[in-house]
Ligand binder design. Structure first.
Ligand SMILES: Cc1ncc(COP(=O)(O)O)c(C=O)c1O
Length: 459
């Protein structure tokens, strides 16, 4: 990212002029948080937006400006912001208490809904986040199999605990990232997604693999799309080698289809991790899957089998507020076409943006699957036709767009000036509340953006 304090950019100047209230808040935050932020994905120079409220597909900043929202609560808000039924459930629960330090009926209904929707869910264990869910899934897999190694795929994200750091944005050689033990990183085997031969080699070379974990629509929620044939090969090879398969459906669960990617692709993993939509916009996660594996959390089963139980406390596991929001959300996911509507908007938006790129003669492309939007900014200036773009023909490094960080940065700022908040991919997640007005606003914001970038000499 360029040093925006020294860059003389009309786009950056226009962003500063449009967002003076956010600049004031960012100044306060700078003295409190590292980089002034509370989640790495919110880092943007000169500063990010400060939001005061959100409704449906839009949010408003401290200066009163409105944005079409493609952050979608980092993927949690499938139904859009402040869905009336979810809000009513949360308000009602607030008056009944937020933490009982005891079991309650809501956690039962929440888990029943998970079980009814997710095909492989035989048992459920709630956590407070997706990171905790993948942490528990790996521990379960190791304890169940008695083996140590974990296969992960380059660029895939599974939260920030120690097993999930190398090979996400750096350390693709498998070495430990700073602060992580070599012994932990050394038990992670990194592999490229969509490379069946490389995967098969890992199984030939190692006989101590406990599990493989994957984002089943591809790295970073589909920034690097998966070839469905690879997913089927992964299931076949893991089963053949007695290795557990973990689908990390923290993003996909209840999004790509009511039953997640496992329903969409017809593949049954051994364990599944969930979060985000699961808890309807409040904190929450879960690990779910085969009973015989989750039995390692069961007091009686482990005792009678003479096995050591995996301990699992967690102050906010299945807290009543998250349970209320989760139940209301999963009810709507089951009873409505929310997933299908978000997916349809995704298809329409990608098509319309590609038409803009062709009309404006910009060698970029919009792509993605289901309700994801990904933007390709073509760092190698490859000859492409946006409306016929196939991401699988391009390298991971090229799709990630890191080499185009400067232009991606200005594109995001220009989109914000034009009333659209894209995520850092760049791209975004779509909600079922995005409609015709948001489609038109996003398309015209992109047209203005490419013209601004062209005027600035970036295109
Ligand atoms: C696929 C995936 N797994 C795990 C996580 C971690 O979830 P959380 O942020 O709730 O810890 C994320 C978060 O974005 C994710 O996208």
């Amino acid at each position: 990212m360029p040093d925006t304090l020294t860059t003389n950019s009309p786009v950056i100047a226009a962003y500063r002029a449009a967002t003076p209230g956010s600049a004031v808040q960012a100044q306060r935050a700078a003295g409190l948080f590292p980089s002034g932020i509370t989640h790495d994905a919110r880092y943007i120079e000169p500063y990010g937006l400060y939001i005061t409220r959100a409704k449906g597909p839009r949010k408003w900043d401290v200066d009163g400006r409105s944005y079409v929202d493609y952050f979608g609560g980092h993927g949690a808000m499938l139904l859009g912001h402040c869905h009336p039924q979810v809000m009513a459930a949360v308000h009602a629960q607030l008056d009944r208490g937020t933490h009982y330090g005891a079991s309650h009926e809501l956690e039962i209904e929440w888990a029943e809904r998970v079980k009814a929707l997710i095909p492989s869910a035989e048992r459920v264990r709630f956590t407070s986040s997706g990171t905790e869910a993948t942490l528990m899934a790996v521990r379960l897999a190791r304890a169940f199999s008695g083996k140590t190694k974990l296969i992960r795929f380059n660029y895939h994200f599974h939260g920030w605990h120690d097993h999930m750091t190398s090979g996400h944005t750096n350390h693709f050689d498998g070495t430990a990232t700073t602060g992580v033990l070599d012994a932990v990183a050394g038990n992670v085997l990194l592999c490229d997604q969509n490379d069946e031969a490389a995967l098969a080699r890992l199984f030939e070379q190692h006989n101590d693999i406990a599990a493989a974990i994957i984002e089943p629509t591809g790295a970073n929620g589909g920034k690097l799309p998966i070839d469905p044939n690879f997913l089927h090969a992964l299931r076949r090879l893991t089963a053949e080698h007695g290795v557990l398969l973990i689908f990390d459906e923290v993003v996909n669960g209840f999004r790509v289809a009511p039953g997640g990617a496992q329903e969409a692709y017809g593949i049954r993993p051994d364990l599944t991790t969930l979060a985000k939509i699961l808890a309807g916009g409040l904190p929450g996660g879960a690990v779910t899957g085969r009973k015989d594996i989750l039995d390692l959390l069961d007091f009686q089963v482990t005792k009678s089998a003479g096995k050591e139980k995996i301990a699992h406390p967690g102050t906010f596991n299945a807290n009543p507020l998250s349970a209320a929001a989760g139940i209301a959300t999963l009810r709507i996911v089951r009873d409505s076409d929310a997933c299908a509507r978000a997916n349809q908007f995704g298809e329409d938006l990608r098509r319309r943006l590609n038409e803009v790129f062709e009309e404006e003669k910009v060698p970029w492309a919009a792509y993605g699957t289901f309700s994801s939007l990904e933007l390709f900014t073509n760092p190698e200036r490859a000859a492409i036709t946006p409306t016929r773009f196939d991401p699988l023909e391009h390298s991971f490094a090229s799709l990630k767009g890191d080499r185009n960080a400067g232009i991606v940065h200005k594109m995001r700022l220009a989109m914000m000036i034009n009333g659209v908040d894209l995520s850092s991919h760049p791209g975004g997640v779509i909600s079922a509340s995005h409609g015709e007005a948001e489609l038109e606003d996003t398309v015209s914001a992109m047209r203005n953006t490419v013209r601004m970038l062209r005027a600035e000499g970036e295109l």
